[in-house]
Ligand binder design. Structure first.
Ligand code: 13P
Length: 245
């Protein structure tokens, strides 16, 4: 038996927040968490707030990261943010290939793989998102889709200590979470392509009320949390669920 995988709960704020709201939310989370949470936790925030969170969270048990990164190191790429810039703000994590980036901003598997490599090159831990649409699930293509999305990245190098997040598109922001067994089946499939140590998070309508059942599954190592990460009590309850067992 290898070492147990430390569970990770990461909030994805998406395009939400304000300086005042962030301060209040982080304050409530950090106060309740104390210094020694037994699950790792992080918040992935909009770029303009990295300065604020790096100041407010320094020395706490709550890590932080960004939601996107350029695949390029520097240059004439108006509006883009490099991995080295994120590293300067003390980011540990960066989400790459979120379904909203893939679908709304047409990011390809190859582009996501390049972003993943850029993040690792700067010493960040990429959180790679994969997941099928409802049409793909209904057509029996779930494993094919998530394998293609993951293999594009594995082809570029080692996964090493990166984090994978399975986020079925039909469960994101819909209130319709995958059942623990649906999620576990995909996680077990993905696990076979990775080392036993790699952490695989589930994302898609995770709430305080369903987190315990999801985290009880053997291949679910935590969660990537959208809407519920904006409410301190919900996020804290999810972190508590991850810290148990
Ligand atoms: P919700 O938790 O709001 O469904 O969002 C999930 C997600 O996309 C996290 O990256």
């Amino acid at each position: 038996m290898g070492m147990a995988r430390t569970r990770l709960v990461a909030g994805n704020w998406k395009m939400h927040g304000s300086r005042a709201a962030n301060r209040a939310l982080l304050d409530a989370i950090v106060k309740a968490m104390g210094k020694g949470a037994s699950a790792e936790c992080a918040v992935c925030v909009p770029f303009p707030y990295l300065q604020q969170v790096s100041g407010q969270l320094a020395g706490t048990a709550l890590a932080w990261g960004a939601q996107n990164v350029s695949e390029h190191a520097q240059g004439a790429y108006t509006g883009e943010v490099s991995a080295a810039m994120l590293a300067e703000f003390g980011c540990r994590y960066v989400i790459v290939g979120h379904s909203e980036r893939r679908h709304l901003y047409c990011e390809s598997d190859a582009q996501v793989a390049a972003k993943f490599a850029a993040a690792q090159g700067a010493g960040l831990v990429p959180i790679l998102c994969v997941g099928e649409t409802l049409a793909e699930r209904d057509a029996g293509l779930t494993e094919e889709v998530v394998a293609r999305q993951l293999d594009a990245v594995l082809g570029k190098g080692a996964f090493s200590d990166a984090v994978l997040a399975y986020e079925p598109v039909w469960a994101i922001g819909t209130g319709r979470t995958a059942t623990p067994h649906q999620a576990q089946a995909v996680h077990a499939f993905l696990r076979k392509r990775l080392s036993r140590e790699a952490r695989i998070l589930y994302g898609g309508s995770v709430k305080a009320g369903n987190a315990t059942a999801l985290f009880a599954m053997p291949d679910i190592d935590g969660g990537l949390i959208g809407g519920a990460s904006l409410v301190a009590q919900e996020f804290l309850a999810i972190v508590q669920a991850a810290a148990k067992g």
